[in-house]
Write a protein that binds this ligand. Structure first.
Ligand code: A3P
Length: 336
């Protein structure tokens, strides 16, 4: 079993956290006592019923305990491989449209030279620290893969707006499997192992069904403040989603903007074809030496289609995952 290494400052903070320190002896490393599993490109640690990438765990705990939400925060919460990159680009383009003008007439829109992950920070990656989040001007546009239960409860009580995005689980698995193997510096995971672990709930930020369900329930409880989206909805009618999101964010497209095609420009700017062809997204990337991974931005743009699972999984595997999904979502109103 591989244990996570924790930076001293982070470890001190974690040890002070009531959630875990109360159950352990004083001289034990609280994180090192948690169950850990290997298989994917980086080890996963089970923390409060979710499997998190071990090297990110200290940061995730810090977010839960120390991140201070603001009432006007916009949080893009996504299940990994559900189109996070796409959603970041869309929402960034919507809320900054008056600042950057018409995309058709400009070559200096930030999305043309920067990856969407650079423009919209994740709340729990190594490169983002709390100070950076605190110094961002309001309203902040933030992203996270954390399940709702691992965000500070103030996110709900303060009424932060959340756009949640998930995807048909079979497509998520195939997308994950490709992505993970591209990021891995060491051994690769075969599809059978990936399938077994995913179906057990053991994938990064999994179980995926609990991730979906937490935000699904939140969207039912706070309908004006939480929107629940699927990748397939954006794929089938991106213009409708762009318009609906703008409305949800209190920045609806005016009739004049629609006549001028500002909403269609957002769709075009953020399309798979456009983003994946940009130099920054073809050539850039980021690494994490500790986790032994290197992620090329291009690996966020693989195929961009729905239903690709049929090209990799057997019919039986598909049926097995469908049954699992039906069983997990039974009675919730959530269906795929
Ligand atoms: P595939 O691997 O099925 O192609 P995430 O951004 O959450 O990591 O999700 C990655 C998935 O979203 C990948 O799916 C990727 O191709 C797809 N994707 C990224 N940008 C997209 C875009 N602009 N339009 C459609 N799909 C996009």
């Amino acid at each position: 079993m591989e244990h996570v290494r924790v930076e001293t400052k982070e470890r001190d903070s974690i040890s002070q956290g009531a959630a875990i320190s109360s159950e352990i002896k004083h001289d034990e490393d609280p994180i090192a006592t948690l169950p850990t599993r290997e298989g994917w490109s980086t080890p996963l640690t089970l923390y409060n019923n979710f499997w998190l990438r071990s090297h990110l765990l200290p940061k995730c705990i810090l977010i839960k305990e120390n991140f201070k939400p603001r009432h006007d925060d916009i949080i893009l919460a996504t299940s990994p491989k559900s189109g996070t990159t796409w959603l970041k680009a869309i929402v960034f383009a919507i809320i900054n449209r008056s600042r950057y003008g018409s995309f058709a007439n400009t070559d200096h829109h930030p999305l043309l030279t920067q990856n969407p992950h650079t423009l919209v920070p994740f709340m729990c990656v190594k490169g983002t620290d709390l100070k950076q989040l605190e110094t961002m001007p309001s309203p902040r546009l933030l992203a996270t893969h954390l399940p709702l239960s691992l965000l500070p409860t103030a996110v709900s009580t303060m009424g932060c707006r959340i756009v949640y995005l998930c995807r048909e689980p079979k497509d998520v698995l195939i997308s994950w499997w490709h992505y993970d193997n591209k990021a891995a510096q060491g051994s690769k995971i075969d599809l059978d192992t990936a399938f077994a672990m995913f179906s057990e709930g053991c994938s990064s930020f999994g179980p995926f069904w609990d991730h979906y369900l937490q935000y699904w329930k939140e969207s039912l409880q706070r309908p004006g403040e939480v929107v629940f989206l699927r990748y397939e909805e954006i794929s089938s009618d991106p213009l409708k989603v762009v318009r609906d999101l703008a409305l949800f964010l209190g920045m609806h497209f005016t009739e004049e903007e629609k006549r001028n095609g500002a909403d269609e420009e957002v769709v075009r700017l953020c399309s798979f074809k456009n983003l994946s062809s940009l130099d920054v997204n073809k050539n850039g990337g980021f690494g994490n030496a500790e986790a032994k991974i290197y992620v090329r931005y291009s690996s966020h743009f693989r195929h961009g289609k729905t239903g690709d699972w049929v090209n990799y999984m057997t019919k039986e595997m598909g049926e097995k995952l469908d049954c699992l999904v039906d069983e997990k979502f039974k009675g919730s109103g959530l269906k795929f």
